[in-house]
Write a protein that binds this ligand. Structure first.
Ligand SMILES: [Zn+2]
Ligand SMILES: [Zn+2]
Length: 397
């Protein structure tokens, strides 16, 4: 990078301060509308790939604020791309807005979406001045399916220089850990029979599923750190006096990297197939949706985000137990492609954690509201730090 003269340094600093002050002011100005958006999303939760009203609410506000908005972007009915500028480096801020079955916005995606909208709108006036493109990308289906992988395959991240998002959690962790994950649908097939009169003619599919579940439970003690498997039995038969001819389960397999996930696949498959052999049943294993890759955090962006939090008067409240796994996300796949930041921001909910109804309450309360606005500011300042210094995201080979 060419060395800049002292004069240029001074003008860069002055501009940065101006831009920084401007984006913070913009978020404050927009606060009532951002909170209204977050609360409206919360009150009307929609599941993965069905977020029609949620996507429209975000897109409307971005369009109203001056973004050029493409709805149903990249062939996904509930995605959108709100774009500003058509040349220069390209910063993408991801907005998730899908909810969970039964517990609604217990992962706080209402806060994620409103925060992304706020960061985008705050950056809009400075983006053109700085010669950069800013896109707020509406990314459906994080909790199931993997909408960001659909978006990657459709080219939404081609030519992107930096991608970022925030996620509400019990504690702050700008460089959170996200594991690779694959979901399996498992169906066992047996043979129905009268459970009392002719049990010898039957083959119990539920036994196949239960034996597999038990074998996996015993395997757990020999898994590597951060290899995880969780399962639920989703169908166990229809009546006690009919030997179940069909039973089903769903499993999530997780690991720190793709090699660990591959190893886990083989071992879980052995448990399920061994159980099928033992019970005289057969087992059908079908991967569901996309594999989520582990999150690769860009150290420069993580540091810039942490500095931004300090600068807005939000000292980080880290987990006293040390850094924790924060599950898995399809943003992992994005982070393997471009320099990326997935920052966890506290809604100060401990001991309530993501996916609990108690956590949901925090995501629409005063802490959730504050985190939304802080997240918007910190992301906008992080984007500015990158805009002013592209070397921020450089990593040693
Ligand atoms: Zn979640
Ligand atoms: Zn989430």
């Amino acid at each position: 990078m060419a060395r800049r003269s002292p004069c240029q340094e001074v003008s860069t600093l002055a501009r940065m301060t101006d831009h920084g002050a401007l984006v913070l002011h913009r978020v404050d100005e927009l606060a009532p509308r951002l909170l209204e958006l977050s609360h409206a999303l919360f009150a009307d939760p929609e599941l993965a790939y069905q977020e029609v009203r949620s996507a429209a609410r975000c897109a409307d506000l971005l369009e109203d604020g001056g973004f050029d908005v493409e709805r149903e972007a990249y062939g996904l009915p509930t995605a959108f791309a709100a774009r500003s500028g058509d040349s220069g480096r390209h910063v993408v801020i991801c907005a998730e807005y899908d909810a969970l079955p039964g517990v609604g916005h217990a992962c706080g995606h209402n806060v994620i979406a409103a925060s992304a909208v706020g960061a985008g709108l705050a950056l809009l006036p400075v983006a053109a001045d700085a010669g950069v493109r800013v896109t707020v990308l509406g990314t459906p289906a994080e909790e199931a399916g993997g909408g960001k992988v659909d978006l990657i395959l459709a080219g939404a991240f081609d030519g992107v220089d930096v991608a970022m998002m925030m996620h509400p959690t019990p504690y702050d962790e700008p460089g959170s850990v996200g594991l690779a994950i694959e979901e399996w649908s498992v169906v066992a097939h047996g043979k129905a029979s009268h459970a009392s009169a002719e049990p010898q003619l039957g083959r119990n599919a539920l036994d196949g599923i239960v034996a597999g579940y038990t074998a996996i439970a015993m395997l757990r003690q020999h898994l590597a750190p951060w290899q995880q498997v969780h399962g639920v039995i989703t169908h166990g038969g229809d009546a006690p006096n009919v030997v179940p001819e069909r039973a089903a389960a769903a499993y999530y397999l997780r690991a720190a990297d793709l090699a660990g996930l591959d190893d886990l696949r083989a071992r879980i498959r052995a448990c399920l197939e061994g159980a099928a052999t033992a019970t005289g049943t057969t087992v059908e294993i079908t991967p569901v949706g996309h594999v989520y890759e582990p999150v690769r955090q860009n150290p420069g962006l993580v540091a810039a985000f942490a500095r931004a939090c300090e600068s807005i008067g939000r000292p980080l409240t880290l987990d006293p137990k040390g850094p924790q796994i924060s599950g898995s996300t399809d943003f992992g796949n994005v982070s393997q492609l471009v320099p990326a930041l997935h920052a966890d921001l506290a809604v100060h909910s401990w001991p309530a954690v993501n996916h609990q109804p108690e956590f949901a309450a925090h995501c629409v309360g005063p802490h959730g509201d504050r985190t939304l606005l802080d997240g918007a500011k910190a992301m906008a300042l992080t984007a500015l730090a990158y805009i002013e210094n592209p070397q921020l995201v450089a990593e040693p080979d």
